[in-house]
Write a protein that binds this ligand. Sequence first.
Ligand SMILES: C[S@@+](CC[C@H](N)C(=O)[O-])C[C@H]1O[C@@H](n2cnc3c(N)ncnc32)[C@H](O)[C@@H]1O
Length: 238
Amino acid sequence: MLWRMRLSRLFRDHHVQHEMRTHGRKNGFVTKGQEQRLARWLPKIGLMAEQTLSDCGFSSAAPIVMEIGFGNGDFLVHLAEIEPEWQLLGVEIYLPGVAKAVGRLEDAGVISRCRISQLPAQMVLGRQVAEQQLDGLYINHPDPWPKVRHHKRRLIQKDFAALLVSRLKVGGFIRLASDKPDLAEWMRDILDQTVGLRNVAGVGGFVPRGDDRPFTKFEQRGIKEGRDSQFLHYVREA
Ligand SMILES: C[S@@+](CC[C@H](N)C(=O)[O-])C[C@H]1O[C@@H](n2cnc3c(N)ncnc32)[C@H](O)[C@@H]1O
């Protein structure tokens, strides 16, 4: 049975900002069980709005990797399982997605190495992550906003690309995926022109999928609808 999120006030006080407008869905329904898990885990692993990544209990000796827009958490759980040394920061504005991911991270026994935020990635990176603090960044199937008049809502924009680079260590990576060719090319064109980033496939290129990737919900949806995804891999240079 679906249940309106009774924690929303507490959750909003600590996790939601109202200063930045976002266009995707944010709140919604969670099950009672999910609500209980959020109440149990968010005080421990939620990156509160007033916290920074430096004071969230992560070690400075282990890599920190961020996933933006983790959806229901498929990819984040997979990363935590295959990279046991990594500390993971997951950011997702859609509360039911946060709720699903928290449950999956707990079930997989990897939740203590994760921090979760429901704030928009632009705010988390701008205010809570320091320059050169991240070892890597994943962005899988960001919202395509297909209408030309909505392109400005797309996550990857020139300014945001510069922010991403500034938060990466030299040698750190950005990996992206999209099942929408128009969006994949949009992201590639912006990132190819971003100072400090090198496209591993060469300018204009895409990398192969790689067998170690899990199929996220949106990659699977693309396949069902007859679309293969495209993948990008960038490295921060000095
Ligand atoms: C198309 S879904 C893809 C979900 C998942 N990565 C996948 O591949 O299945 C895009 C996700 O990005 C989230 N999102 C959109 N804008 C965001 C932002 N500014 N910060 C964090 N998450 C965002 C949306 O809520 C949505 O869950």
